[in-house]
Design a protein around this ligand. Structure first.
Ligand SMILES: Nc1nc2c(ncn2[C@@H]2O[C@H](COP(=O)(O)OP(=O)(O)OP(=O)(O)O)[C@@H](O)[C@H]2O)c(=O)[nH]1
Ligand SMILES: [Mg+2]
Length: 235
């Protein structure tokens, strides 16, 4: 039965040194959100920026009702995600990057409704359209193999837009040991192991800007982090 009360979505966006990119991205984000039939708030979680990112967000408050900011001292993607997720109160917590979001993904979450506990936008399921370069696509494929064979996960992509039900966030996020880039991967894998239902929807991804992260540094850090997750899941 359809309810008159709109579903509440808390969008959490971790940001670090995005002062130049933010104004355009926020304008685009709020335009996308305006067409989605839900009650939506946007929480930007900044940490460790040296370019005035937090001030840029504060300046935007007047323009975008529903926009909020958390500022933490030390640069850490995972710490920002944890703090952001646990500070929200929406029925779904949605994670977007500042360079990767879509209103269609939110519509998919609303359509899935009670049929899943986690909704992941996957670059690797049927119907996905990954328009990034060969190197990035290969990195995604490789990470997917690691997920399958090292962490025994059945999901095809943990690194992208995702929506997680309130009770899953409140139960699982405090158990996550990973900081930095692997926070969300560990959260998804732990939720999967706890028996929560995961739905994957096809993602459309394109590189909106030059990449800021070096794969050469990221790959060894990721592999070490995955082993740490494996050990902690077995402990
Ligand atoms: N709070 C916080 N956010 C971060 C940190 N590092 C990255 N981010 C944010 O995390 C999101 C994803 O970062 P990107 O640099 O786009 O990384 P990516 O999407 O994995 O890699 P690309 O393919 O280069 O886009 C962006 O919104 C960043 O601003 C950090 O240390 N702290
Ligand atoms: Mg990105």
């Amino acid at each position: 039965m359809a309810s008159d009360t709109p579903t509440t979505l808390s969008v959490v966006i971790p940001v670090h040194n995005e002062a130049d990119y933010l104004p355009g991205a926020l304008a685009e984000l709020f335009e996308e959100i305006a067409g989605v039939p839900a009650s939506i708030t946007v929480l930007v979680v900044e940490n460790g920026s040296t370019d005035g990112t937090a001030e840029v967000v504060r300046e935007a408050f007047g323009r975008y009702p529903g926009l909020a900011l958390i500022k933490l001292p030390t640069a850490d993607y995972g710490a920002a995600m944890r703090e952001g997720f646990l500070s929200t109160d929406g029925e779904w917590v949605v994670n977007f990057d500042i360079d990767y979001f879509s209103g269609d993904f939110l519509r998919s979450v609303l359509a899935i409704g009670d049929d899943a506990d986690l909704v992941l936008a996957s670059k690797r399921v049927e119907g996905a359209d990954d328009r990034r370069g060969h190197v990035r696509r290969f990195a995604t494929w490789t990470f997917n193999q690691v997920l399958r064979f090292v962490l025994s996960s059945g999901v095809s992509d943990t690194h992208g837009m995702k929506a997680i039900r309130r009770d899953v966030v409140d139960r699982i996020a405090p158990e996550v040991v990973s900081t930095q880039d692997l926070f969300d991967t560990e959260l998804v894998v732990r939720a999967e192991r706890a028996g929560y239902r995961v739905a994957e929807v096809p993602a459309v991804v394109e590189e909106k800007r030059e990449t800021k992260s070096s794969l050469a540094k990221r790959v060894p850090r990721t592999l070490k982090g995955v082993w740490r997750i494996r050990k902690s899941l077995r402990a």
